[in-house]
Design a protein. Structure first.
Length: 69
């Protein structure tokens, strides 16, 4: 069964992928700073955000390799 989160990423355009990467990085930075100042209740948010950035970058790179091949 395919991963639902990855299916959502696959349906985005390249511009949307770029924007999502920027937004996710900003979110991760904000969460990290907040976690340093006062601990987050759910620290898994940091992990999930990093994974989401990796999913987005992986899909973007896959598309780049497909175009260049």
């Amino acid at each position: 069964m395919p991963n639902k989160k990855y299916e959502e990423v696959r349906n985005l355009s390249n511009e949307d992928l770029d924007q999502q990467i920027v937004d996710s990085k900003l979110k991760l930075q904000r969460l990290s700073f907040n976690h340093i100042i006062s601990p987050l209740e759910d620290t898994n948010v940091l992990r999930e955000t990093r994974k989401q950035i990796a999913r987005l970058k992986t899909e973007l790179r896959k598309r780049e390799l497909t175009i260049n091949a």
